[in-house]
Every structure is written in structure tokens, then in C-alpha cells.
Design a binder for this molecule. Structure first.
Ligand SMILES: C[S@@+](CC[C@H](N)C(=O)[O-])C[C@H]1O[C@@H](n2cnc3c(N)ncnc32)[C@H](O)[C@@H]1O
Length: 284
């Protein structure tokens, strides 16, 4: 038997195995989702919540027969929200097998029976393009490739292991590959909705995007939402490395490779920017 404790955490009666906690999020218009809190799976951040609210605003009550793909689904939050909003055709993928398993369990927790196609793979590797998607969502890793100093400090860290480095770092490399492949997976008139973190180096990501499709595709983009958030560190390991991480981010910013703002108290804020992209082949 699972008992909901006062703290909201789950305790177990008798000799049953302890269960992961469950946390609940609300995205407006009655859209509430409960998620298993597994330390190996990305916990939905304020940015992920802002992305979910945007999905509710933009797609609620419409586009039910459109084909949606949620890349880097993590806990499955955005895929489950789409299904809850009435979308009939949702596929979701993550490079982490643990994330995919947890996302499946989260769908059952919220919807009772499985309908979303969850697949495991690097970006589009496990995704069948079929006739293409109307909308591809991606809330990618938000931090860029760390320095050798940071990686070696992480390797030496004695604090318990947390999320894989790829969950939050190497974002600019992941985005380069994503933007290279994504247009092929869209239906004509289809759209990408991507949440970009200013710590990933948005100007460089955009320059890469234009260069890779130069002469082949016309690219349209519009900024749908922008908010500032404090840098939250979810794992003990990252919290232990906070001073080094702050230095890392300050260096990226001073070199023009990222943007952040420090308050007088030394708190670091970053900018979260949700952008819609569409592509048209250039004639000739
Ligand atoms: C910032 S988290 C977002 C998770 C979830 N969409 C959310 O908003 O809460 C990024 C996710 O992308 C996944 N990811 C990182 N690189 C990937 C890749 N190459 N292919 C697929 N998923 C990837 C990570 O495992 C992680 O779950």
C-alpha cells in the first residue's frame, strides 16, 4: 500500500519496496500532470513548465489530428500533455532508456492505458518519418560543451552520481545535429517549436542553422516566448560544483558565447526563449 505522507512523499507500509516520489504540475485550463520523481530522469524545470503552458495556449482544443513528435521527452511531460489535450497522434523519443521507461510509466499513471509511441534513440534515429510531422517539439539540453577542467572536476567528484552529462551539456552540438535533420521529418508547412537556453549560445546556434541550409531552404522563425529563470541545479553532484559551473557560464558569457546575468547577490539568471521555425525549399 502506498501512503501519501504529509510532505507529499510516498512512504510504504509493511515490507514493500520504497517507491519514487510523485510530483504534480499544473499548466492552466485544468491540465494537471503527475510525474514520477526518478533522480536519473530530468525533473521538469520552470522552463519545461513554461514550454508546457505554451503548448496548452497554442494547441489546446485544436489540431487533434495533427502528428506531433516530442524529442528529448525526459519524463514525457509534453507528450502526455498533448495527449491530455486530445491529440490523437503523438510520438516521443529520448536518448536515455531510463527516461523512456519512466515516460511510459508516467503515461499509465496519468492516462490509464498506453497510446503515445515512446521510442528510444539519438534524436531521430528511432523515429519513423512516415508522411512527416506537423509539429516537432524539442526542449533540448540547455548548456553548451563544458571545458576539460569542468569535466575532470565532475569525474573526480565524490558526490553520488546524478544525471548523465548529455542531459544538460553539449546542447549546441545536439542542436546542430537536430537542425540538420529536422526539416526532413516535417510535413510541408510543418513547424518546429524549440526551447533555447541562452547558456547554449543562441547566436552561434542560429548562425550554424542558416549556414547548414544555405542555398537549399528558406528559414522563417518567430520568438513565441521569453522568460528569465535563475540557474537551478537539480542533482547533488551539480550543486557541489556550483562555483565551477558559475565560472564556466561567466566565461562563456564574457567570450560572447552565451548570455547570463548575475544579481548583486551573485545569483545567476539565464534567458529561456521558445522559437517556432518553419522551412521552405528554395526554388532552382
Ligand atoms: C532539458 S531535458 C528536457 C526533458 C523534457 N522534455 C522536459 O522539458 O522536461 C533534455 C532531454 O533531452 C534528452 N536528450 C539529450 N540528448 C538527446 C539526443 N541526442 N537525442 C534524444 N534525446 C536527447 C535528455 O536525455 C533529456 O531527457
Amino acid at each position: 500500500m502506498i501512503i501519501q505522507s504529509e510532505s507529499g512523499r510516498h512512504a510504504t507500509a509493511g515490507c514493500e519496496q520504497p517507491k519514487n516520489d510523485v510530483y504534480a504540475l499544473y499548466f492552466g485550463m485544468g491540465q494537471r500532470i503527475s510525474l514520477i520523481d526518478d533522480p536519473r530522469v530530468f525533473r521538469v524545470s520552470p522552463a519545461g513548465e513554461a514550454f508546457a503552458e505554451l503548448i496548452t495556449r497554442r494547441f489546446g482544443g485544436r489540431h487533434r489530428d495533427a502528428r506531433f513528435l516530442d524529442l528529448g521527452t525526459g519524463s514525457g511531460v509534453h507528450a502526455i500533455l498533448l495527449r491530455q489535450l486530445g491529440m490523437r497522434n503523438v510520438t516521443a523519443s529520448d536518448i536515455s532508456q531510463k527516461a523512456v521507461e519512466t515516460a511510459r510509466a508516467n503515461e499509465l499513471l496519468n492516462m490509464g492505458e498506453p497510446r503515445i509511441e515512446f521510442v528510444h534513440g539519438d534524436l531521430f534515429d528511432a523515429v519513423l518519418p512516415g508522411e512527416g510531422f506537423d509539429v516537432i517539439l524539442f526542449n533540448p539540453p540547455g548548456w553548451q560543451t563544458p571545458s576539460a577542467t569542468f569535466i575532470s572536476a565532475l569525474q573526480k567528484s565524490t558526490v553520488a552520481e546524478g544525471l548523465a552529462l548529455e542531459t544538460m551539456f553539449y546542447g549546441e552540438q545536439t542542436l546542430r545535429q537536430f537542425f540538420r535533420e529536422a526539416p526532413r521529418y516535417l510535413k510541408p508547412g510543418g513547424k518546429l517549436i524549440v526551447g533555447l537556453n541562452s547558456l547554449v549560445g543562441i547566436a552561434d546556434v542560429m548562425r550554424d542553422l542558416y549556414q547548414m541550409h544555405e542555398g537549399c531552404l528558406h528559414i522563417d522563425w518567430s520568438l513565441l516566448d521569453r522568460q528569465e529563470f535563475p540557474l537551478l541545479l537539480y542533482t547533488e553532484q551539480w550543486q557541489a560544483l556550483r562555483p565551477l559551473l558559475n565560472e564556466e557560464v561567466a566565461r562563456w558569457t564574457s567570450q560572447g558565447r552565451a548570455h547570463c546575468r548575475f544579481t548583486a547577490e551573485g545569483e545567476l539568471f539565464w534567458s529561456y526563449e521558445v522559437i517556432e521555425f518553419s522551412f521552405k525549399p528554395l526554388k532552382g
